[in-house]
Design a protein around this ligand. Structure first.
Ligand code: ASP
Length: 593
């Protein structure tokens, strides 16, 4: 092959030269005697014209079909003014002198040219055909540019790229592990890493100072629409740093990455919200800051209310939270819409959601008549005629969380974020270190057990664990969590206290993390880091609707790979070798794809 230039790179200045092109037949049109080929490669398309006079070329062109791979040699010429198109074929065309077939193709099961009609499942099954569409390949290019910018930036900042093992011991990131049986020691298993957390901390113990990795991670979680069982993080860790150092470096990195990948010019520093503030104002620990609609706390206003629905929530230590929909948009919300929003609030844990519509000096709505005493004060929260208040009385977490979900539903329903809204990055800091399991009352970590408790709160770790803040931070973009990290515990005594607070017996901690606890005895620098969800960031940068768009060979929502058929049953002999006997083989084995 002697390709002189990609099809998509031909320009007017090449007119008059002879070129050799390689690519796929995108379309072939036979205009009785004249054959037009749209030839496509990774860079774009060009029209190849085959005239009957070009004897050999014409005979070959006559046999060509969509998706055949050919080499075409010919003379570049400008297209007549009135025939120029914007469809990629551009301002020039090539008059064929010679055409050679490099590979024939059967009729493809999904169409590459023209409208896309295939289901996503079929497109995943034939992902290599799907990727031939430029708009399908583009998200991978965005991702490539982002990763290149990460490498360049972190290299210049003195970071060392290190690969950590994939066959390893379980890491506690809160999901189920994927296990890999170890043939050489039957009955034992490797776990695939949920993150490189302990290895990156051990690299700090090893003096690496600054580490990063584009790391594959594996979490066997219940599959939701937008989750992948194997995914990619940018994982990084730094020694001798405070929270500000990590956040500042990440802001500079994101500025570079977003600019290199998609040309954004983002403003730094990003707003910082404490976790408590994020919950109180936006009802979410990953608030979408592209629009207002902040929540307010009306607990004081309703203290002593005669309305039983609110009084009982307040008596039980709960709160009353409100979300105001200004009059200009409130008119778009019919009774039916309000019912749907209430149903949405219920899905998110609320028992009910009330509404009040400002009407003259008072309010309309099913509960308005019970709130006469509060009406004057409520007017301040709904100052304009027809303003709407959505109210939930419950425990703080439930009231805020459900109203936060309603806020996002309003965003989508009312189109509150214009298409050209600038991206809204934010940090959420001061997460609680621990959260309590509602059923068992046990305390569990919010981030992971190696997160450093806030120095000011450490003394309350045993007496009031719920009040201890973590030196942890999440990175948020447009309402998505795209990263999270923390400063780490770097001394054995604090790590032991943390495990005890989590209800680990010393022996259990020793058994699971002994290798790591031991390392803490030999002088570990203070350190901290972060991991970005690289797939999600790439998705947001590419403006893609799904994570699957930025992954070359993604899994479907059932965790299956329609292309290869994984996961799949294995031979009895393979199981035997591993010393594994299946308790109950479902017959026939359900395909997952
Ligand atoms: N390892 C953590 C995670 O994967 C992030 C971090 O703390 O750096 O969520």
């Amino acid at each position: 092959m002697r390709r002189t230039r990609p099809c998509g790179a031909l320009r007017r200045e090449h007119a008059g030269t002879t070129v050799v092109l390689n690519g796929w037949v995108h379309r072939r049109r036979d205009l009785g005697g004249l054959i037009f080929l749209d030839l496509r490669d990774h860079a774009g398309r060009v029209q190849v014209l085959v005239e009957p006079g070009a004897a050999d070329a014409f005979d070959v062109a006559d046999t060509l079909r969509a998706e055949w791979v050919i080499e075409a040699t010919g003379l570049v010429r400008e297209r007549p003014e009135d025939q120029r198109t914007d469809d990629g074929a551009g301002a020039v065309e090539v008059v064929a002198e010679r055409i050679e077939v490099l590979a024939a193709a059967d009729t493809p099961p999904i169409q590459v040219a023209g409208d896309e009609r295939a289901s996503e499942e079929l497109r995943m099954r034939y992902r290599y055909l799907d990727l031939r569409r430029p708009d399908r390949m583009e998200p991978l290019r965005v991702r490539h540019r982002a990763i290149k910018a990460i490498w360049d930036f972190l290299d210049a900042e003195g970071f060392l790229q290190v690969e950590t093992p994939l066959l390893t011991l379980a890491t506690p990131e809160g999901a189920r592990d994927y296990l890999v049986p170890a043939r050489v020691r039957p009955g034992t298993f490797y776990a695939l890493p949920q993150s490189p957390q302990l290895f990156k901390q051990l690299l700090m113990a090893g003096g690496a100072d600054r580490y990063f990795q584009i790391a594959r991670c594996f979490r066997d979680e219940d599959l939701r629409a937008d989750r992948q069982p194997d995914f990619t993080q940018l994982d990084l860790e730094m020694s001798f740093v405070e929270v500000d150092d990590v956040l500042e470096l990440n802001e500079r990195l994101l500025k570079e990455v977003t600019h290199a990948a998609v040309g954004w010019n983002i403003a730094t520093p990003f707003p910082r919200l404490t976790h408590a503030e994020a919950i109180d104002r936006f009802g979410s620990d990953k608030p979408d800051l592209r629009f207002g609609y902040e929540l307010s706390d009306l607990s004081d206003l309703f203290a002593g209310t005669a309305f039983r629905g609110f009084a009982s929530a307040l008596d039980a230590g709960g709160t009353v939270r409100a979300l105001r929909v200004p009059s200009a948009r409130a008119g778009d919300l019919s009774r039916k819409a309000l019912d749907e929003l209430e149903a949405h609030a219920k899905v998110h844990g609320a028992k009910a959601m009330a509404w009040l519509r400002r009407d003259g000096d008072g309010f309309k709505g099913p509960i308005a008549k019970f709130l006469e005493a509060e009406t004057p004060a409520l007017r301040d929260h709904a100052p304009e005629q027809s303003d709407l208040l959505l109210l939930i009385a419950d425990r703080r977490a439930v009231a805020c969380g459900a109203l936060g979900a309603v806020r996002l539903a309003l965003r989508d329903r009312l189109g509150l974020v214009p298409d050209d809204a600038p991206p809204a990055f934010a940090w959420v800091v001061d997460f609680p270190l621990l959260e309590q399991d509602e059923e068992t009352g046990a305390w569990t970590y919010m981030h992971h057990p190696f997160t450093r408790p806030h120095a000011d709160d450490l003394e309350r770790l045993e007496s009031d664990p719920g009040s201890v803040r973590a030196e942890a931070y999440d990175l948020v973009l447009n309402g998505f969590e795209i990263g999270g990290g923390s400063l780490r515990i770097h001394d054995r005594a604090t790590q032991d206290r943390m495990f005890r607070a989590l209800g680990f017996a010393d022996a259990e901690a020793e058994e699971r993390f002994g290798f790591f606890l031991e390392a803490l005895r030999y002088g570990v620098p203070p350190h901290g880091g972060i991991a970005w969800g690289l797939d999600r960031l790439a998705m947001l940068l590419a403006g893609a609707p799904s994570l699957r768009d930025v992954i070359a060979f993604p899994k479907n929502v059932r965790g299956g790979d329609p292309l290869t058929g994984a996961p799949a049953p294995v031979d009895a002999a393979q199981l035997e070798e591993l010393g594994i006997r299946l308790a109950d083989v479902p017959e026939p084995v359900e395909p997952t794809s």
